[in-house]
Design a protein around this ligand. Structure first.
Ligand SMILES: Nc1nc2c(ncn2[C@@H]2O[C@H](COP(=O)(O)OP(=O)(O)OP(=O)(O)O)[C@@H](O)[C@H]2O)c(=O)[nH]1
Ligand SMILES: [Mg+2]
Length: 299
């Protein structure tokens, strides 16, 4: 299956959700009037696009309808697509190496799985990758990551369950330097005893990365689960306030009708979505491309 077709397939429920609503609006009339825009606004909000992104889109559409004298709903759809694409901050993919990538997010969103996929992808692009198993809190987390490391053919640096996460990252950095790794990807816990603990722990990992490998680039990706819809935004805000977040990885787009949340994230967080997860397999990750994403929703 081609790359675009795969994204399209994983977005099928999202597409049905949104497109059915749009068809419902456009069914009775192909004429664009105030009522059309009001119904469209409602449809977008209920398609998980969120209030802010929806208001943004509707106000742009109103301007365009007036300026370009848009009377036809087919034309309106095209403008809507373009404005959706414009909502996304541009992701940047010129990963400078060596780089330490911290993967953060609440429990169960897909951090460990994403690390397996990302390690595999970067390795296939010719990068030398090392993984740090710094989720030492959850039982079996290290073992789960070790299996992903095996699948990807990438070394996993680990310690005993319960050991200090920053000490695992420290070890991984030493290993990375010794083996001239391009990329060190660090797993983190999604849950500790309290939220404050978790953020303090993450801050400590950032400090260790800066101190032990100052010449390396540091990137942190926040992993969000698309199936949680608007709740993902709430999570993103908590992380963004506490630690530096450079990009978002939106997982589980397959099998959810809530893919529209990508637009909500784009306009509320002003953090680029960098990758999307489209399944549980090692190949089920793609660099996020706004046009491709919007095309897949509408096609
Ligand atoms: N369908 C689908 N499932 C996914 C995707 N990414 C992850 N999963 C599944 O989500 C579940 C949780 O994934 P993990 O990678 O263990 O999540 P985590 O964030 O590391 O969880 P904790 O370690 O408990 O914090 C697993 O069953 C994964 O297979 C995706 O893109 N699509
Ligand atoms: Mg995990």
């Amino acid at each position: 299956m081609g790359f675009f077709n795969k994204i399209k397939e994983s977005l099928s429920k999202t597409r049905n959700n949104l497109v059915n609503k749009l068809e419902g609006i456009f069914k009775f009339s192909t004429k664009v009037d105030d009522e059309t825009l009001e119904e469209l606004e409602e449809a977008l909000i209920t398609a998980d696009i969120g209030i802010k992104a929806t208001e943004n889109l509707i106000s742009k559409l109103k301007e365009k309808v007036k300026a370009n004298r848009i009377k036809d709903t087919e034309e309106l759809k095209l403008v809507l697509k373009e404005e959706m694409i414009n909502l996304f901050p541009k992701p940047s993919f010129n990963l400078k190496t060596p780089v330490i990538i911290l993967i953060v997010g609440v429990n169960g969103v897909g951090k460990t799985t994403t690390i397996g996929k990302l390690a595999n992808k970067l390795k296939s692009e010719g990068k030398k990758v090392i993984i740090a198993a710094a989720d030492t809190f959850r039982a079996a987390a290290v073992e789960q990551l070790a299996i992903w490391g095996q699948r990807a053919g990438v070394e996993v640096i680990k310690q005993m369950e319960g050991s200090d996460p920053s000490s695992v990252l420290f070890d991984a950095i030493q290993a990375g330097k010794a083996r001239r790794a391009d990329v060190i990807i660090c797993d983190t816990a999604g849950r500790l005893h309290t939220k404050r603990n978790l953020m303090e722990e993450l801050k400590k990992l950032y400090r260790v990365a800066d101190k032990e490998f100052p010449e390396a680039e540091k990137i942190s990706y926040l992993v969000l689960d698309a199936t949680t819809g608007q709740n993902a935004i709430a999570q993103a805000k908590i992380f963004k306030d506490a630690v530096n977040v450079n990009g978002i990885i939106l997982t589980k787009l397959d099998g959810t009708a809530k893919g529209g949340v990508a637009l909500a994230i784009a306009s509320e967080m002003e953090i680029p979505v960098c990758y999307i997860g489209t399944g549980e397999g090692i190949e089920d990750i793609a660099e996020f491309n706004p046009r491709e994403f919007v095309d897949a929703i509408f096609s």
